[in-house]
Design a protein around this ligand. Structure first.
Ligand SMILES: NC(=O)c1ccc[n+]([C@@H]2O[C@H](COP(=O)([O-])OP(=O)(O)OC[C@H]3O[C@@H](n4cnc5c(N)ncnc54)[C@H](O)[C@@H]3O)[C@@H](O)[C@H]2O)c1
Length: 257
């Protein structure tokens, strides 16, 4: 089904073929979307440009979301290359490795600031950047990736838990601001998947085991399931949904013991 036929979108956060952003971008492309993929730095750029060859007519562009100059250059690129946008996928997060072990209590001021800048504030900056391009297309959909560590304690997730809580609140405030423009803003909250970012979180293997044992569906999500949920929220199928956090975690979040 070509759910995104005729639509143009930007996907931020592809690092390699395991990235959730890559699974989502591939699904969007198969569904008919024209894509811009961004990459964080030159080191990742070569890989992302190589991957993008598999997606018909995908463009690539560098963007470190902490650099205002990169964001301005990205806005210029979107204007020149596409002129309008129908969707934006924010699939990125980062915290210093030393903040993702031991006690949350030990979080440094700089570690807290950086994690929130990259992982939460960037959604606000990107939504503002994208707004005129989404308006030009008559509206659209913004999607961020979050994790249940925003609501419950996952030992070691630490400062990323507070950053995801901030991200989820930003989703609601942005949904309120952009709703009159017919722009929807939502988040997906997947269970654990082995990726580069996830490898920085202590206890990933144990977490995967727990999901297999306790989630009602008795499994951690498959990346394809996450990509399908993204398609729902990015396409007109999700046209009545905004400000929402949709769990794709086999139901794990509803369990007590
Ligand atoms: N893998 C999981 O288990 C899981 C579960 C729930 C939510 N998520 C979320 O999914 C999203 C994608 O993560 P992933 O698991 O695919 O890992 P990943 O490592 O493949 O993706 C993380 C991306 O963030 C990008 N990034 C980091 N700092 C950046 C910066 N300053 N500017 C631009 N890009 C930057 C990296 O380049 C990378 O592409 C993240 O928000 C993550 O928190 C992941």
């Amino acid at each position: 089904m070509e759910l995104l036929k005729g639509k143009t979108g930007i996907v931020l956060g592809v690092a390699n073929h395991r990235s959730l952003a890559w699974h989502i971008a591939s699904a969007c492309s198969r569904s008919g979307a024209r894509l811009i993929l961004t990459y964080q730095n030159d080191r990742l750029g070569e890989n992302v440009r190589e991957l993008a060859k598999d997606l018909p007519s995908a463009m690539t562009f560098p963007c470190d979301v902490t650099a205002d100059a990169d964001l301005a250059a990205l806005a210029h690129f979107i204007g020149e290359s596409a002129g309008r946008l129908d969707f934006l996928v924010h699939s990125l997060a980062w915290a210093r490795r030393e903040e993702l072990e031991g006690e949350f209590l030990a979080t440094s001021r700089e570690g807290y600031r950086e994690a929130h800048d990259v992982s939460a504030y960037s959604l606000v900056a990107l939504a503002r950047l994208a707004r005129p391009f989404l308006q030009a297309g008559g509206g659209g959909s913004i999607l961020a990736l979050t994790f249940h560590g925003s609501q419950r304690v996952f030992p070691g997730y630490n400062v990323m838990g507070t950053a995801k809580a901030s991200l989820e609140a930003a989703v609601r405030y942005l949904a309120y601001d952009l709703g009159p423009d017919n722009v929807r803003v939502n988040a997906l909250s997947p269970g654990p998947v082995r990726t580069l970012a996830a490898s920085g979180v202590k206890g990933l293997v144990r977490m995967l085991d727990l999901y297999r044992q306790r989630a009602p569906l008795r499994r951690a999500p498959d990346p394809a399931e996450i990509a399908d949920a993204a398609l729902f929220l990015l396409s007109d199928m999700g046209r009545g949904v905004t400000g929402e956090v949709l769990y794709v975690d086999g139901g794990y979040h509803l369990t007590g013991v």
